[in-house]
Design a protein around this ligand. Structure first.
Ligand code: 13P
Ligand code: SF4
Length: 338
């Protein structure tokens, strides 16, 4: 009998707090954060899925790769991470000696929770010669057991750096694995069955509806989406136009829009990215593929919690030295490739 714990039982979704501040109150809180930030010599990093008003106070707003690169170069003594726990851990690993704050420790990730160190070790024991490539959405302990780290922006590049004849354990996202295996045409990639519950809910029926309602859009999909295999098959048989369908990281979506002449885009990922896109490209129109794709973990961060974090310099995210040292190898190998 299997003793496996179902993925859904491995995390608790925090409630999504309703923030009822007026625009004036938001502005006051943002000004207060800017003053505290200067006093603390702090840098604020914000992921593209953060609440609109939190994105607006970010010194840098971007995807997991950009956030890691920015953390690695940071001069500030304090980093306030407006994102989720694995992202703050990555910053702590890249910035030893600095104070990394995560304004709410409930900011977890269902995808990162989908694999444990014991599960990875069991998998490695079954494939002792395989190269282990872990998605950045994993705990520091998983990265410490891995040869390479990757993000959705560079997974293809990381795979390309591994000799053709080496078997690859690619984890934990099964949908990203399908996209990467398709793009790299590698048959020796072994998938793990993990997934993000938010992206899983972006289904083929959602794509069909948005394409029906807006037939001229360019379709931008995050490779974690539950619809990726169906969409790749539809691109192959011509049901979806190849030249107007792309699988991209969140920052890849921003760059894609910048380079495109299209006026309308259907965006398949967490809806927080729409604020970034709409602010940056006010003359274009963006439709969410699934408007209910909201990450409760990302939305735990509020302006009030950022203020408290800067005032108290808590909660901090720290990674034990031995795990940090091993995890850093996998992260550095990725950063050297991009
Ligand atoms: P990106 O690296 O594309 O921003 O994705 C992060 C993430 O958590 C996706 O769900
Ligand atoms: Fe994790 Fe999914 Fe939220 Fe991204 S959207 S942080 S993968 S739970």
């Amino acid at each position: 009998m299997s003793t496996k714990i179902p993925f859904e039982a491995r995390y608790t979704l925090p409630p999504i707090e309703q923030v009822l501040d007026t625009r004036e109150q938001i502005r006051e809180k943002q000004d207060r954060i800017r003053r505290l930030k200067a006093e603390r010599n702090a840098l604020i990093l914000a992921h593209n899925y953060q609440r609109d008003e939190v994105q607006e106070i970010g010194d840098f707003v971007g995807d997991s790769l950009g956030l890691s690169q920015t953390a690695a170069r940071a001069q500030a003594q304090v980093i306030v991470f407006c994102g989720v726990h694995f992202m703050a851990e990555t910053a702590a690993i890249l910035c030893p000696g600095k104070t990394v704050l995560l304004p709410d420790l409930n900011a977890g990730c269902s995808l990162a929770a989908s694999i444990t160190v014991d599960e990875l070790r069991a998998l490695k024991a079954r494939h002792p010669d395989a190269v282990v490539v872990s998605y950045i959405n994993t705990s520091a302990a998983i990265k410490a057991e891995s040869d390479y780290c990757c993000t959705s922006a560079n997974a293809k590049k990381v795979i390309a750096a591994i000799p053709e004849d080496r078997e690859i354990l690619f984890l934990p996202d099964k949908f990203l694995t399908a996209v990467v295996a398709h793009q790299t045409k590698r048959a020796n990639i072994i998938a793990y069955p993990g997934y993000c519950h938010v992206h899983l809910a972006i289904q083929p029926s959602d794509v069909a509806r948005v394409m029906d309602e807006h037939p001229d859009v360019e379709l931008l999909l995050h490779p974690e989406c539950g619809c990726v295999s169906s969409c790749m098959a539809k691109v192959f048989d011509g049901t979806l136009p190849q030249e107007r369908t792309a699988f991209l990281s969140t920052e890849g979506m921003v760059r894609h829009v910048e380079a495109s002449d299209a006026k309308e885009f259907a965006v398949g990922t967490e809806v927080g990215i729409l604020h970034r896109l709409q602010r940056r490209f006010p003359d274009r129109t963006f439709y969410p593929v699934n408007p209910n794709a909201v990450c409760a973990f990302m939305k735990t961060i509020t302006l009030d919690k950022v203020i408290r974090s800067l005032e108290t310099l808590t909660p901090r995210v720290e990674v034990p030295e031995e795990i940090a040292r091993k995890a850093r190898r996998a992260i550095d190998r990725m950063l050297e490739l991009v």
